[in-house]
Design a protein around this ligand. Structure first.
Ligand code: FAD
Length: 438
C-alpha cells in the first residue's frame, strides 16, 4: 500500500496536465496509466526518414487557449496546418469524383446551404457552451437531429448532403444522429461562426509533433508516472480515498482526479461518489472511429491541383487531410466502422487504397507505408471523441464536467465536444479545483 496526496487516473493530455499543475504546486501526486506509454489518444511514430506520423489527435484552432498556453509553457512551437495549403478539395460522390468542395452543388443548393448556415450561426449565438441546459428551448433543440433541423429550415437535399459529407470526414456521427443542441454548443464554444470550419478548429499544429506535448509532460513528471497500471476500483471518502489497480496494489490518498475516457471508466468500480454524478458520467458515449495514415515520399497531389483534403460519399473512409509533407491522414467514421472492422487487415489496405485511387489517381495506390489505428477497439479508449445523439445533452445534464470532491473529473469527454483543448482545459481546471479545496 502506498500513500500520496493525489492519485490521477490516466495519462492522456487531461491527466498529465492536471498532474503537472499539481506537482508544480508541490503536491505529492502519482499518475496511474494502463498503457505502457503516456498520451492516450495522442500517439506518434517516427519514420526512418525522420518524419513523425500522428496516429491520434493532431490539429487545433486559435480559440483553443488552454492547449496553446500549455504548448508555449512547454517550449513547443505552433505552426499553420493544412487549411493554409494551396489547391482544391476533392469530393468522391457516388456518381464520381469532382474537384472543389461545393462544385457538385446546384446554385439553389449553395444558396440553401448558406441560408441554413446563417440560421445556425444565429442560433449558436443564443447557446451558452458552459450551460446549454439554461437555453429556453434546450429540450427541443436537443431532441432535434441536425438533419431534422436542416429540413425544418427548408434546406434542399443537396444542402443536407453537403453537411453529411462534412460529418463523415470528421468521423462525427451522421447529421441524422447528432443532437442539434450539441452541435450548437460546440460551435458556440468556438465563437459561433457558423458550421464547422477547419480555419476555426484545425488550422494549427505543434511543429515538434502533437504527441510531443504529452511526452514532454510525462518527462517532467518523471518518477510520478506509473505505466502498465490499470485502475479497477476507486473508493472515495472525505476521510481518505483508496485507488486499487488490476494487480491489487492500493494507493491511499486525499483526492482522486479521474481523467479516463467514458468507455473504460464504466469498467472501474467507483464507490462513495454521488449516484447522480456517476449516472451522468455513465450516460456519455463516444463516436467510434479508426484512423488511417498514408505515407508517401512527397505531397505529389499538389501538382494535380489537389490540396489533399477529400470527402468520400461511398467506401470506408470519411475523408482525408494532409498531415505534413507526403503524409495524408484519414478517418473511418462510425457509420462505416463495421465494414472496416469486418475486413481482414490485408484486404482493408487494398480497399482503402482503391478509395484513395478514386480520389487522387494511380499514384495513391503506392504509399511507402500505411498505418491503421483502430481506436474504437482499443480497450483503453473504446472510441474516438464524444458523440452526442439527439437527447444526450439533456440526459447527461448539467453535472457534465463537474466534480464531487474529493473525486474530480477531467478529460476531453468532459468539455463541450472533446478535442485536445477539452483535455487540457479540464485537466488544468481540475488541478485548480483540487488546490483551491486544500
Ligand atoms: C483518431 C483521432 C484523431 C483526433 N484528432 C484530433 C485533432 O486533430 N484535434 C484535437 O484537438 N483532438 C483530436 N482528437 C481528440 C483528442 O486526441 C482527444 O480528445 C484527447 O487527446 C483526449 O485526451 P484525454 O486525456 O481526455 O483522454 P485520453 O487521451 O483517452 O487519455 C485517457 C488515458 O486513460 C488511460 N486509461 C484508460 N482506462 C484506464 C484505467 N482503467 N486505468 C488507468 N488508465 C486508464 C488511457 O490509456 C489513456 O492514456 C482525436 C482523437 C482521435 C482518436
Amino acid at each position: 500500500m502506498s500513500r500520496v496526496d493525489i492519485v490521477v487516473l490516466g495519462a492522456g493530455l487531461a491527466g498529465l496536465s492536471a498532474a503537472r499543475d499539481l506537482a508544480r504546486a508541490g503536491a505529492d501526486v502519482v499518475v496511474l496509466e494502463a498503457r505502457d506509454r503516456p498520451g492516450g489518444r495522442v500517439e506518434q511514430t517516427r519514420l526512418a526518414d525522420g518524419r513523425l506520423v500522428q496516429l491520434g489527435g493532431e490539429v487545433v484552432g486559435p480559440t483553443h487557449e488552454a492547449y496553446i498556453g500549455l504548448v508555449k509553457e512547454l517550449g513547443l512551437t505552433l505552426e499553420p496546418s493544412f487549411p493554409s495549403l494551396p489547391g482544391e478539395d476533392t469530393v468522391v460522390l457516388s456518381s464520381g469524383r469532382v474537384t472543389g468542395a461545393r462544385s457538385w452543388m446546384s446554385d439553389a443548393d449553395r444558396a440553401s446551404y448558406d441560408a441554413a448556415e446563417e440560421a445556425f450561426r444565429r442560433l449558436a449565438r443564443s447557446v451558452d457552451p458552459g450551460d446549454p441546459w439554461s437555453h429556453p428551448d434546450a429540450d427541443r433543440l436537443d431532441r432535434l437531429s441536425v438533419g431534422q433541423w436542416l429540413r425544418e429550415q427548408g434546406a434542399t437535399p443537396g444542402a443536407v448532403r453537403a453537411r453529411e459529407l462534412a460529418m463523415l470526414a470528421l468521423a462525427a456521427e451522421s447529421v441524422e444522429r447528432t443532437s442539434l443542441l450539441s452541435d450548437l454548443r460546440k460551435e458556440a464554444a468556438a465563437g459561433a461562426h457558423g458550421f464547422y470550419d477547419y480555419d476555426v478548429w484545425e488550422c494549427l499544429r505543434v511543429a515538434e509533433g502533437s504527441a510531443t506535448v504529452a511526452l514532454r509532460m510525462a518527462e517532467e513528471l518523471g518518477h510520478r508516472m506509473r505505466y502498465g497500471t490499470p485502475v479497477t476500483r476507486v473508493n472515495v471518502s472525505r476521510s481518505g480515498s483508496r485507488v486499487t489497480t488490476a494487480t491489487g496494489e492500493r494507493f491511499d490518498c486525499s483526492a482522486v482526479v479521474c481523467a479516463l475516457p467514458v468507455g473504460p471508466l464504466r469498467r472501474v468500480a467507483i464507490e462513495g461518489v454521488a449516484s447522480e454524478r456517476l449516472a451522468s458520467l455513465a450516460r456519455q458515449r463516444h463516436a467510434l472511429a479508426a484512423k488511417v495514415c498514408f505515407v508517401y515520399g512527397s505531397s505529389w497531389w499538389e501538382t494535380q491541383g489537389q490540396n489533399g483534403s477529400s470527402y468520400f460519399e461511398t467506401g470506408m473512409l470519411g475523408g482525408t487531410w494532409p498531415q505534413q509533407e507526403g503524409i495524408l491522414s484519414a478517418l473511418v467514421p462510425p457509420e462505416r466502422l463495421a465494414a472496416f472492422l469486418a475486413t481482414s487487415p490485408a484486404l482493408v489496405e487494398q480497399d482503402v487504397l482503391a478509395e484513395m485511387t478514386l480520389a487522387m489517381g494511380e499514384r495513391a495506390a503506392r504509399p511507402q507505408a500505411t498505418y491503421f489505428r483502430r481506436w474504437a477497439l482499443d480497450p483503453w479508449t473504446e472510441g474516438y471523441i464524444t458523440g452526442w445523439r439527439p437527447g444526450d445533452v439533456m440526459a447527461v445534464g448539467p453535472l457534465h464536467g463537474t466534480h464531487d470532491p474529493p473525486f474530480y473529473v477531467c478529460g476531453s469527454d468532459q468539455w463541450v465536444c472533446g478535442y485536445m483543448e477539452g483535455a487540457v482545459r479540464t485537466g488544468r481546471g481540475a488541478a485548480r479545483e483540487v488546490l483551491s479545496n486544500g
